[in-house]
Design a protein around this ligand. Sequence first.
Ligand SMILES: Cc1cc2nc3c(=O)[nH]c(=O)nc-3n(C[C@H](O)[C@H](O)[C@H](O)COP(=O)(O)OP(=O)(O)OC[C@H]3O[C@@H](n4cnc5c(N)ncnc54)[C@H](O)[C@@H]3O)c2cc1C
Length: 386
Amino acid sequence: MKTAPESDGEALRKELRGWLESNLDERFRQAGSALTASAASLGVLREWNRRLAENAWVAIAWPREWGGRAASVAEQVAFAEEMDRAEAPSPVNLIGLSNIAPAILEHGTEAQRRRFLEPMRRGDEIWSQGFSEPEAGSDLASLRATAVRHGEGWLINGQKTWNTLGLVADFCELLVRTDPNVPRHAGLTCLLVDLRLPGVEVRPIRTITGEVEFAEIFFTDVEVPASAVLGEPGAGWRVAMTTLNSERGGVASLHLMVRRRIRRLVEATRLALDPDGSPRTADPCVRRALARLHVDGELLRALCERALAGMIANRPGPEAALTKLVWSRTEQRIAEVAAEVLGAEALGGEWARARLQARSYSIAGGTTQINKNLVARRVLGLPKGN
Ligand SMILES: Cc1cc2nc3c(=O)[nH]c(=O)nc-3n(C[C@H](O)[C@H](O)[C@H](O)COP(=O)(O)OP(=O)(O)OC[C@H]3O[C@@H](n4cnc5c(N)ncnc54)[C@H](O)[C@@H]3O)c2cc1C
């Protein structure tokens, strides 16, 4: 009997699985995420990143000439699934690879691509995204940080905040106002800024989990050359949209971590005993809460797959906004259910951290209210509110 030819995604899956079996050891697996890594574990993660990069396992969607594999969407999905299955840490440049590199590839000069992409891929230079300000988040076009012409280059002043990885970043994709006399979207420019320059001050922001995942960055008369402009002066909004749309494109694999967390909670509950020695899972309320969570996880998977199908067919739809809403709600629900079913055991460790961390998911990458507005207009056809 003839067997069907292996799809591209399956061939890549097989290759990656074999590679992970011989390269991913416990030291790398335990290093966690670059977002909250200590200096020591960041060193281990950089070593893991280099190992991935040497085998073209970082940024597989990039063109081959920049170290990628020109991977199809099916291959990218297979990649995400295998990395999740093996519990392999991500490359260190979480923001750089997914958000900033697509903007450099689309709007950058050849010299910018040559200078920045390879060190980003290898994890030798870490990038952060400098868009939000204390008075400009959802309404990004109201931002106030400025850059004015200064000789051949630009002089930057202002403040950015909520910069993920900001404390360890070497570079920042910075959105600034360069022309206050034109409509606000037309007066913005995107700059690629070296954060080690004089006049840059990076201050840590400690979050409710006690970790330092963010920084705020202050710029005082920071001089950058003309070659720091990504795209054209005044075209910053277009560059920022490439960056943010790439960020939203990441929704397709959101269900993987969520479903893994649900499986872990089911396992933890299976082992838990009530004070009278009976298994916690004997309680019908506990079973019902876990079953509902399982259904939420499967719903999220279905939404992610729909978003993915839209991407493959090049048919942008409202799925990204819907998926983001369901994802953040499900993450918050997992943490709530963990407290309900595990009781005091969920007051510390990973479940307590998850409960605090999950609050931020209503804000990151577009707030719940902004996404609800999008769904109201684009799915339900409701008029724009005041
Ligand atoms: C985990 C995480 C990572 C982040 N990483 C980065 C990063 O790396 N770089 C970066 O630049 N920024 C980053 N941010 C910041 C993020 O982009 C902003 O927090 C977000 O855009 C919201 O802006 P804001 O905090 O100023 O809130 P605001 O926009 O001031 O919103 C305040 C409240 O008002 C609501 N609201 C605002 N406008 C409307 C409206 N039109 N209709 C209804 N309700 C509305 C919002 O939903 C929210 O509840 C990150 C945030 C988080 C939580």
